[in-house]
Design a binder for this molecule. Structure first.
Ligand code: HEM
Length: 533
C-alpha cells in the first residue's frame, strides 16, 4: 500500500514538473521560436488570449502587433497554457502558407472543434489528397456557368428582402430597421434553394424550430455559451457541463443534423421515384447534384462516393459558410452606404444606368459594373467578416528564414493583410473604392486581398457570394436611400441611439464590435435608417 502511495505521489510530481516545463520553462527558455518578434507580457495560463478577448475589436491586439513589427514575416505569441503560435504577418509568408506550402499545414484540432461544431467537418477540414479530390467533386454547382443560371434565385430573394424594408416603412416617409437578422434570413433562404434545393420556410410547418433559428442559436450563444464553446475547443468539456446554455447548443446542433438527414432521405426517395420538383431552374442544387453524381458513380464503378454522414458534413459546411459571411458583408455594405452618401449616390447612378438598359440584368452585366465591383471588394477589404483561419505545421519547415517546428500553430488573420500600410499605403484604414482602379506594387498581389483566402483552399463560394451580394445591393440601392445608422452609445449601453450620417469612413467608427466572435460583426446588430428613393 505504501509503495502504491509513493508511486501515486511520484506520478503526480512528474506530471506537475512536466506541465511546468511545457507551460513556462520551454516556451520562455528553450523554444527555437522564442527570439522571434512578438509580445512578451503573457498571462501565465491564458497567454495573450485574455488581452484579445478584452480588446474593443476582435482583431485589435493582432493589428497592434503587426504595426509594431511591420517587417516580421511571423509574429510569435503565447496562447492558452503556454502554447506557441505564429501570426502570419508579411505578404510573402501569407503566400507560402496559402500556396507553396498549403498541404504542409493542416487545420489544428482546437480549430476543428471550435468551427467544426457549427460548420461541420466536410471540405473545410479535409486534408491533402482527400481535400484536392473533394474540391474537384464539388466544383460543379459553384462554377461560373452554374452561377449564370442561378442569378434569378438571388434576384427573387432580393425582392423579398426589399419587401421587408417596405413593411418596416409602412405609410411613413422614413423608417429604421435592424438589418443583421433580416439579411441573415435572406442569405440563408438563398442557401436553402441553391444548396439544399428547398424553400426553408416550408420546413417551419414540419419542425418546431426552423433551420435559420437553429443556426442562430448556435452562432449567437450569449456570453456563457460562448465561453463554454471556446473552452471546449481547447479542452473537450461539452459533454460534462450540465448548464442550460450548453444544453441549448447541443439540442440545436443535433436538431439541425436530424433535419438534414431527413432532407437527404426525402430527396433520395423523390429522385428515385421522379417526384422531385427542382427549385433552381436549369441548375442543380448542391444536394441533388451530390446524390445524382453519387448514383452515376455507383452505377459505373459500384463504389460509394459519399456516405450520408459525409453529405451532412459537406452540407453543414456550405450552409454555415455560405450564409453568415455574405449577410455580414451586406450588413457592413449598408453601414458604409448609410454613412458615406457620396459612395451611395455614385452607386445608385451606375445601377440606374444598368437597369435602364437591362431591367433584369444577367450575371455578366452585373459582374461588369465597375463601381459596384470596387465597392464590394472595398467592403470585404475593410470589414472582412472572416477574421482568422488556423493551421498547424504538419512537418518541420523553413519559411522566410524562420524555422517552424512540426505542430506549431499558425494564425492567418485577414485584417492583418488588409490593414497593412506597407501594402495598401498610409490610408489603408480608409474606405476608398477608387483605390481598386489603380492597384500597384504589393496591393496588386492576390495575397493582399484575402477575405476568401487564396490558393487550393480558397473559398469555393467566392463567385456565388459576390454575385449574390451584388444582386441584393442592386435591388436595395435602387429602391431605398440609406440615411444613417443609429449609433451605439456605450454610456447608455445602447439604450439611446444618435444618428450617424456621414464622414465616418474610418474602420468601425460608431459601431461596437462583437468580441469574442469568430466573425467581424457589429455587436447587437446594426440599425439602419432609410427612406424611399
Ligand atoms: C462573403 C462571403 C464569403 C466569405 C468572405 C468566405 C470566406 C471563406 C474563407 C476565408 C474560407 C477559408 C476558411 C479556411 O480555410 O479556414 C472559406 C472556405 C469555404 N467557404 Fe466561404 N466565404 C464566403 C461565402 C461562401 C459561400 C456563399 C459558400 C457556399 C455556398 C462558401 C463555402 C465555403 C466552403 C465549403 C469552404 C471550405 C473550403 C475548403 O476548405 O476547401 N463560402 N470561405
Amino acid at each position: 500500500f505504501r509503495i502504491l502511495k509513493w508511486a501515486q505521489i511520484f506520478f503526480c510530481l512528474q506530471y506537475v514538473a512536466h506541465e511546468i516545463y511545457r507551460i513556462i520553462i520551454f516556451p520562455n527558455f528553450f523554444s527555437p521560436l522564442r527570439h522571434l518578434p512578438g509580445p512578451k507580457d503573457h498571462n501565465l495560463l491564458l497567454g495573450q488570449e485574455l488581452k484579445k478577448f478584452r480588446a474593443e475589436s476582435p482583431v485589435g491586439v493582432q493589428l497592434e502587433w503587426s504595426r509594431k513589427w511591420p517587417d516580421a514575416p511571423f509574429i510569435r505569441y503565447l496562447s492558452i497554457a503556454g502554447k506557441e503560435a505564429l501570426l502570419v504577418n508579411s505578404l510573402a509568408a501569407h503566400k507560402a502558407v496559402l500556396q507553396s506550402h498549403v498541404y504542409d499545414f493542416v487545420k489544428p484540432p482546437f480549430f476543428a472543434r471550435l468551427v467544426g461544431e457549427i460548420a461541420g467537418t466536410g471540405l473545410l477540414f479535409a486534408e491533402g489528397e482527400h481535400h484536392r479530390h473533394q474540391r474537384k467533386l464539388l466544383a460543379g454547382p459553384f462554377s461560373v456557368p452554374s452561377m449564370r443560371k442561378i442569378v434569378p434565385v438571388f434576384q427573387d430573394e432580393a425582392k423579398s428582402l426589399s419587401e421587408v424594408f417596405d413593411s418596416a416603412m409602412g405609410t411613413g416617409s422614413r423608417a429604421s430597421i435592424e438589418v443583421t437578422d433580416v439579411l441573415s434570413k435572406s442569405t440563408m433562404d438563398t442557401i436553402g434553394v441553391t444548396v439544399l434545393g428547398i424553400e426553408l420556410d416550408t420546413l417551419s410547418s414540419i419542425y418546431p424550430v426552423g433551420f435559420n433559428e437553429l443556426y442562430h442559436r448556435m452562432l449567437q450563444q450569449g456570453p456563457l455559451g460562448t465561453l463554454i464553446w471556446v473552452i471546449n475547443a481547447f479542452l473537450p468539456i461539452r459533454r460534462f457541463i450540465p448548464l442550460e446554455a450548453n444544453r441549448k447548443f447541443i439540442q440545436a446542433s443535433s436538431d439541425l443534423r436530424r433535419m438534414l438527414r431527413d432532407i437527404i432521405e426525402k430527396r433520395t426517395t423523390d429522385l428515385s421515384d421522379g417526384t422531385f420538383k427542382r427549385e433552381v431552374g436549369e441548375s442543380r442544387d448542391l444536394l441533388t447534384y451530390m446524390l445524382e453524381e453519387a448514383e452515376a458513380q455507383r452505377q459505373q464503378t459500384g463504389k460509394e462516393t459519399w456516405t450520408t454522414d459525409d453529405i451532412i458534413g459537406h452540407l453543414l459546411n456550405f450552409t454555415s459558410a455560405g450564409h453568415e459571411t455574405s449577410s455580414t458583408t451586406l450588413t457592413w455594405a449598408l453601414y458604409v452606404l448609410a454613412t458615406n452618401h457620396g459612395v451611395q449616390a455614385r452607386l445608385r447612378t451606375e445601377i440606374q444606368t444598368l437597369l435602364k438598359a437591362s431591367p433584369k440584368p444577367n450575371y455578366d452585366e452585373i459582374s461588369r459594373l465597375p463601381y459596384l465591383n470596387n465597392f464590394v471588394r472595398e467592403v470585404l477589404r475593410v470589414h472582412s467578416p472572416p477574421i482568422m483561419s488556423s493551421r498547424q505545421a504538419a512537418k518541420d519547415l523553413v519559411i522566410q528564414g524562420v524555422h517552424i517546428p512540426k505542430g506549431t500553430q499558425i494564425d492567418l488573420n485577414m485584417h492583418i493583410m488588409h490593414q497593412n500600410q506597407g501594402v495598401w499605403g498610409p490610408d489603408a484604414a480608409v474606405f476608398n473604392p477608387g483605390r481598386w482602379d489603380h492597384l500597384t506594387g504589393d496591393a496588386a498581389s492576390p495575397y493582399a486581398f484575402e477575405p476568401f483566402i487564396q490558393g487550393p483552399r480558397m473559398c469555393p463560394g467566392k463567385n456565388f457570394s459576390l454575385i449574390e451580394m451584388k444582386a441584393f445591393l442592386i435591388e436595395l440601392i435602387i429602391k431605398w436611400r440609406f440615411v444613417g445608422i443609429e449609433r451605439w452609445d456605450d454610456k447608455t449601453d445602447g439604450a439611446e441611439r444618435e444618428l450617424l450620417t456621414g464622414g465616418e469612413e474610418e474602420v468601425g467608427r460608431g459601431v461596437k464590435l462583437a468580441n469574442p466572435s469568430v466573425t467581424y460583426r457589429p455587436a447587437g446588430g446594426l440599425i439602419v435608417r432609410f427612406e424611399r428613393v
